[in-house]
Design a protein around this ligand. Structure first.
Ligand SMILES: Cc1cc2nc3c(=O)[nH]c(=O)nc-3n(C[C@H](O)[C@H](O)[C@H](O)COP(=O)(O)OP(=O)(O)OC[C@H]3O[C@@H](n4cnc5c(N)ncnc54)[C@H](O)[C@@H]3O)c2cc1C
Length: 388
């Protein structure tokens, strides 16, 4: 159970974020995204705003905010530039896993530095042959005295270059069945002998942010990096972390969709065809109405999933539904907003084409939407099992 953040505090925080986006992010987002530039100069302000400690408990120096406020923060940042939310997205998966499952030593050692942003985190789960089928990972962690020896390659890792700590998911037992019982999660901190950042991946959207391959070649890490100190618990720890990740990705989708809708509302009142603003053509009005209704519904679903997480109840159903719905409507709304802009929407001078290119990441990331549907169906069937 998480203490609900008061409306007053929530409003103050959102006001500060809006101000930051307006003054510091909007002027650079389009250029940095186009040229794939990492926004180093925004990090100090993000640290001052406490964005690296949103949900980290206050006793470890974080803001201890609830997941509803967390979702609203991700939404606001993504209205400005979705890539920026990636800097703190998987950071919060790592901090959530440590807060929830870490030993006291791990919490005291890592969380205060994560809260300030001195440690910037990420999630190292996916491999080339293990994305949706995450139990298929082949990275191993073999215990050797007071150390684990890590071997393997992680792929598509956000913050791979600029992050300095990762929730590293590896097999401590490759023979055990079911496979998830052999999976453990570690706090991996850079630099470390036997570790290097591999390829930097060039992307359709989500640009300006580092997405990399991480290479472990007989990399030795201290045995006390094992989260919670017990082997074989990693899969459940990471799945719980990903539930928070799904709230953040769904909230990003709402933010990007809202930004596209706002642009369409504004442009359609300025652009004239056949002697009147296009907003007065019924065909455009129908688009605006559909877009606004979808964004509103998605937002309510995200807040509902966040609220469930705050209440301490299991929220995999709501988080998966919110992630599925919000990301799908984000794809639709960004496309519709581009249509409202006509040719201008296709040109890089306006952010509309960026919203359109950013939208698919929310469909794919933090578990694809096909996988979301499998989780939803499984939960529904579990909850509605026929009584014999
Ligand atoms: C920009 C970016 C950033 C990322 N950041 C991170 C990160 O920080 N950390 C990290 O660990 N990972 C990260 N990822 C990885 C991401 O989570 C995976 O790409 C995603 O989970 C899909 O895995 P995959 O790419 O292996 O696709 P696959 O699993 O190969 O899926 C291919 C297709 O098959 C479908 N499919 C697969 N299995 C089934 C099934 N059982 N039933 C129906 N359909 C199925 C999928 O939905 C998809 O359509 C990132 C990816 C991208 C693109």
């Amino acid at each position: 159970m998480i203490v609900k953040t008061s409306e007053e505090v929530q409003n103050q925080i959102i006001h500060l974020i809006k101000d930051f986006i307006k003054k510091d992010v909007n002027p650079i987002a389009t250029i940095y995204e186009k040229d794939n530039i990492y926004p180093h100069e925004l990090i100090p302000t993000m640290q001052e705003l406490g964005l690296f400690g949103i949900t980290i408990p206050e006793k470890y120096g974080g803001m201890g905010l609830d997941f509803t406020t967390f979702a609203k923060i991700f939404e606001e940042i993504s209205k400005g530039w979705m890539s920026l939310s990636g800097i703190i997205g998987t950071h919060h998966i790592l901090s959530h896993i440590i807060s929830t499952y870490g030993t006291d030593e791990q919490k005291n050692r890592v969380l205060p530095k994560m809260a300030t942003g001195e440690i910037r985190g990420g999630l190292a789960l996916t491999e080339s042959e293990a994305g949706s089928d995450s139990q298929n990972i082949t990275t191993t962690a073999i215990k050797d005295g007071e150390e684990y020896i890590i071997n393997g390659r992680k792929m598509y890792i956000t913050n791979g270059e600029h992050g300095n700590a990762f929730a590293l998911v590896a097999k401590t037992d490759t023979d055990i069945s079911p496979r998830h019982k052999g999976i453990s999660c570690f706090i991996f901190e850079k630099p470390s002998d036997g570790f290097k950042v591999g390829q930097h991946l060039d992307k359709l959207g989500y640009r300006g942010l580092d997405t990399c391959e991480l290479v472990f070649d007989n990399c030795r890490i201290p045995a006390d990096s094992l989260i919670g100190g017990v082997e074989g618990k990693g899969f459940g720890q990471v799945m719980n972390g990903l539930e928070t990740g799904r709230i953040n990705v769904a909230a990003r989708a709402v933010g990007v969709a809202q930004a596209a809708l706002d642009s369409a509302l504004s442009y359609s009142q300025r652009r004239e065809t056949f002697g009147k603003p296009i907003a007065q053509h019924q065909a455009i009005q129908l688009k605006l109405a559909d877009m606004a209704t979808k964004v509103h519904a998605a937002r309510l679903m995200v807040y509902d999933a966040a609220d469930k997480k705050d209440s301490g109840l299991r929220n995999d159903l709501e988080a998966s539904m919110a992630k599925l719905f919000a990301s799908e409507i984000c794809g639709e709304v960004t496309m519709e907003a581009m249509r409202v802009h006509g040719g201008a929407g296709y040109i890089k001078d306006l952010p509309i084409e960026r919203y359109y290119r950013d939208a698919p990441l929310m469909i794919i990331g933090e578990g694809t939407n096909e996988i979301m549907k499998l989780i939803i169906a499984r939960r529904l069937l579990e909850k509605n099992k026929l009584q014999e």
